[in-house]
Design a protein around this ligand. Structure first.
Ligand code: B12
Length: 165
């Protein structure tokens, strides 16, 4: 049987590694301005509701010990008000016995290009990425999930990012 932290692909090609730590990185992506720069405010005055809700739900997974004794660490970033340490996150994923997943949260249509660029950087480093939010939910519904190669587990959407490059 698949471990909850192991994708189908991994189970076919290699035995499931023993993870001792599960680090979940939740990121609210910003968006590009007309010149292609990432918009980042000097100070954040409005915390993202979705980021906070997702953080709370993930904390519940941790406190309810959904993954048993596995140590869970949750880190959040709001790119609209802080620089995103992409290289550092990739380094975290290479630590021994660590499984790292990136969740791009609350992604709206105008933030999708930025979210997708971030996802590509993490995917290139072998990190599993989940994108959720109004844009992905709406798009997948419109594309008819079964035919687009996207899966629809009901909470957030799991898209085969590698196939839609
Ligand atoms: C509240 C709200 C705001 C508030 C946000 C306040 C705050 N502190 O966060 C304010 C007024 C600031 C705002 C601003 C904007 N908003 Co607004 N907003 C909303 C609203 C009404 C609710 C969003 C919300 O908080 N939902 C509750 C959270 C918990 O749910 P959620 O975001 O849907 O996330 C759930 C799932 O999608 C999923 N999920 C989300 N991410 C992830 C990630 C992973 C990994 C997983 C597994 C699951 C997952 O889990 C969550 C829990 O179920 C929606 C409309 C709506 N009814 O959804 C519009 C909406 C999201 N906003 C919209 C827009 C356009 C904007 C602005 C761009 C408007 C503007 N021109 O400035 C800005 C962008 C701000 C920004 N930087 O993101 C549009 C987006 C349309 C689109 N095509 O993407 C919406 C859909 C309204 C609409 N119908 O037009 N908004």
């Amino acid at each position: 049987m698949l471990s909850p932290l192991t994708s189908e692909h991994e189970s076919i090609t290699e035995p499931a590694p023993e993870f001792k730590k599960f680090r979940i990185v939740l990121i609210k992506p910003s968006k590009y301005d007309d010149d292609g720069y990432v918009i980042r405010f000097w100070k954040g005055v409005l915390p993202s509701n979705t980021l906070n809700v997702l953080h709370g739900l993930t904390e519940a997974v941790k406190s309810n010990r959904v993954f048993g004794d596995l140590r869970i660490e949750i880190v959040t970033f709001d790119e609209t008000a802080e620089r995103l340490p992409v290289s550092k996150i990739i380094r975290w994923s290479r630590r021994p016995a660590t499984k790292l997943v990136v969740g791009l949260v609350g992604v709206q249509t105008n933030q999708f290009p930025r979210a997708f660029d971030l996802a590509r950087q993490f995917r290139a480093a072998g990190i599993d990425v989940i994108i959720g939010g109004f844009h992905t939910s709406g798009t997948i519904n419109m594309l008819h999930a079964e035919r687009s190669g996207a899966r629809h587990p009901g909470f957030g959407q799991r898209i085969h990012l590698d196939r839609i490059r």
